[in-house]
Design a protein. Structure first.
Length: 168
């Protein structure tokens, strides 16, 4: 996955929120120079977070416009992928993120939700989870093994759920 710096990547809100909560949003930035988010992800990660006075929302907001790029979904793309709206098992942010992947011809969707990952695969988009980004950062020597393990432990402490197999 060395092409990361130039690969078009779209993110859902959960990976951004949890990495910001532990002060490690820069790990995502170091693996992917730039990521795109749809309006619903901005709404969820920044607007709702700020309404709850969550510090992670302010961290994410500062990154928006620099390396996190908020992008509108064009009406024709929204219409073409409207079938996603009928899936009650994925949230609005995930639906919009998948649509944005199609609009930007993005190769990757950063998402941890099982259903969103399954749907993205069906649409030829490779899902990447938060844990995979940490592993990539380690493989690219952006963080040490110790830092990678500390990051996973910090995520667990703030309520992030990690599959025990993945953790091992």
């Amino acid at each position: 996955m060395k092409e990361n710096k130039h690969t078009i990547v779209v993110s859902n809100s959960t990976p951004l929120i949890y990495m910001a909560k532990i002060g490690k949003l820069n790990i995502i930035r170091n693996v992917f120079a730039k990521i795109f988010i749809p309006e619903a992800v901005f709404e969820e990660a920044v607007i709702k977070g700020k309404a709850l006075d969550m510090s992670d929302a302010y961290i994410i907001e500062r990154a928006v416009g620099t390396w996190i790029i908020k992008e509108q979904i064009r009406p024709e793309v929204d219409a073409e992928y409207r079938f996603l709206d009928t899936n009650p098992r994925i949230g609005l942010g995930e639906k919009q993120a998948i649509k944005l992947c199609k609009q930007l011809n993005a190769k990757h969707l950063i998402a941890d939700d099982k259903e969103a990952r399954k749907v993205s695969k069906m649409l030829n988009i490779t899902p990447i989870g938060t844990c995979s980004i940490i592993i990539q950062a380690y493989k690219q020597k952006l963080i040490t093994k110790k830092e990678a393990l500390q990051t996973l432990d910090e995520l667990l402490k703030v309520g992030f759920r990690i599959n025990p197999e993945v953790y091992r």
